[in-house]
Design a protein around this ligand. Structure first.
Ligand SMILES: [Zn+2]
Length: 331
């Protein structure tokens, strides 16, 4: 007898649930592969031929109904992460809809890439490390010192060219976990109208600045910053692009450190802060007067005070955070 395949059978046959039986509420608990969790905080629920997935660590949520003609972005990420054979799954589920099971759609490709680490790149040869004994670097060094950043620690660079888009800029290289360069940005120290420049042909997707701060064992918390100078002045990390990607959440979810975010004081900061709360990060509303960001606060009040404020004024309560965000993001 011919029996219609459902995603439930595909998942059960793929073996990712092992020999588990569901909880009283029907959830099959698993270690989430989307965030590569070390504890079983993810779960599948099968109901009326529909599949639900949720992870309490990274917050990833996905669904699939029997009438779906393709996988949603979120479900595609779940199935890819758990190693389900996608072409076969597609053939069994969507063949009747006239789909091409072997081909990955643009949307699927995009959702798969959203979970992938950036590709290593080469730095342009014109870049050189800031060096106190080089008189050509004096102005650049004065600039970074005025922003209380340790240029040696962060390997800050300048261009040795007398013109071009990188001239007059502090180059901030960014590395992946294996210390390979994946991106860089240049901050003008000569008052250029465009304060920041990014390389034109390198994708910005999934870049995280400050992996070594995330991986150090000295502190049980990490300050997730919006700006690179903010991150450098408190040894935090920065999400380049000011929008979390699934990859960012995955990397952060793998760290046992308490994640603290000082929201940016505008509507974009508001949205990002709410998303952060949903992922279990803490928000902080430090008493830093009129300082416009973390780096500015470090310059005005010192690192010790700023960091102590950030640590002591945290909340993970959605109710409290929403009350505070309203004021914080409009002042
Ligand atoms: Zn997860």
């Amino acid at each position: 007898m011919f029996e219609t395949e459902t995603l439930e059978t595909v998942i059960k046959q793929s073996g990712i649930l092992g020999t588990r039986s569901p909880s009283a509420s029907g959830w099959y608990t698993v270690k989430c592969k989307v965030c590569n969790d070390y504890k079983p905080r993810g779960g599948f629920l099968f109901e009326n031929n529909a599949v639900m997935y949720h992870c309490f660590n990274c917050g990833h949520t996905a669904g699939h109904t029997a009438s779906s003609q393709k996988f949603s972005k979120g479900m595609y990420q779940v199935l890819t992460a758990f190693g389900v054979d996608i072409p076969t799954a597609r053939k069994t589920l969507f063949a009747s809809f006239g789909q091409h099971p072997e081909e990955e759609t643009d949307e699927e490709r995009e959702s798969r890439l959203a979970l992938q680490p950036p590709t290593p790149i080469e730095l342009p040869e014109e870049f050189e490390f800031l060096n106190k004994s080089n008189p050509d670097h004096a102005q650049a060094i004065m600039y970074v010192e005025s922003r209380l950043v340790d240029y040696g620690k962060y390997g800050l660079m300048v261009s040795n060219k007398r013109s071009g888009m990188w001239h007059g800029r502090i180059i901030i290289p960014m590395y992946d976990r294996s210390n390979r360069v994946i991106f860089y940005q240049g901050r003008s120290y000569v008052g250029s109208k465009d304060r920041w420049e990014s390389p034109k042909k390198v994708p910005k997707l999934n870049v995280i600045f400050g992996y070594h701060n995330l991986d150090d064992t000295d502190r049980d918390y990490i300050i997730v910053c919006e700006g690179l100078f903010d991150a450098m002045s408190v040894d935090g990390i920065a999400i380049v692009g000011s929008e979390f990607s699934p990859f960012h959440h995955r990397v952060l979810a793998q760290s046992h450190k308490k994640k603290i975010i000082v929201p940016q004081r505008d509507h974009r900061g508001y949205a990002m802060a709410l998303e952060a709360l949903d992922c279990g990060y803490h928000l902080s509303f430090p008493d830093i007067g009129q300082a416009k960001d973390i780096n500015d606060a470090v310059i005005q009040y010192g690192r010790l005070y700023t960091e102590q404020q950030i640590l002591s004024k945290t909340t993970a309560s959605k109710y409290e955070a929403q009350l505070k965000l309203g004021i914080w993001c409009s002042s």
